[in-house]
Design a protein around this ligand. Sequence first.
Ligand SMILES: [Zn+2]
Length: 273
Amino acid sequence: MKTLRVTLTGMMALFGTSVIWAQSGAGVDRLYVLDCGWSHNADESRWTPGLNVGKPIDMSENCYLIHHAQGYFLWDTGYSDKVADMPDGQVSGGGATVVRRSKTLAAQLSAIGVSPSDIKFVGISHTHPDHTGNVELFPQATLMIQKVEYEAAMSAKSPAIAATHPVMKLEGDKDVFGDGSVTIISTPGHTVGHQSLLVHLPKTGWVILTGDAVHLKDNWDNRRVPSMNVDKEKTVASMQRLADLMEEHHAQLWINHDKVQSDQQKHAPEYYD
Ligand SMILES: [Zn+2]
């Protein structure tokens, strides 16, 4: 057996791993859903214009850790781990939103034996604070972000991303590992350079991680666009792009902020394979 394994390894080195994985489609073997906080919001109509006025809603905030043969890829970094130390949560908008974190991202990675320095790539859907809170926990990881989103974020007063952070500025889609198993999909509208993620898992199949291309299942079903989005038409076009990908790949849609859906999912240390 040992001889066989050496031979296979040698073959992979010879032909290049990307070719082998493209054939098997098995470059990704694990996807962990990590609890990156949750928010209590006093008025759902911020996301559903004209509807649910004054109705409170809780929203989930997930990060997703993907293990690929070439290394770890983290999708979004959630609310800052500092929120875990705030007993009453982080309050904003005069109480309109209260954010809590029951555990840190660092602790959840540690619990599955992953050190922040093990993360090769960090992809962020966009640069709102609920997605960039822990970017600098991974100062060595290459940040994968749309160029327009990066430039907008870095022109802010105190950017969440350090100027020294290694970054790959994207202009459109990006096949992260070169084998089609993890693809960043450009989905502008919520922000100028918003992006989503298409992942293939050997048993689970295809999954789309929405980021904030859509916030709630009901908004998806009704193609509803929150008033905070920078571009309504682009948001609708991006939702259609994701719908087309779903149909093409028979993919599941995992909506980051939909707490009803998120509560039904396995969270780390459990994982999807
Ligand atoms: Zn968000």
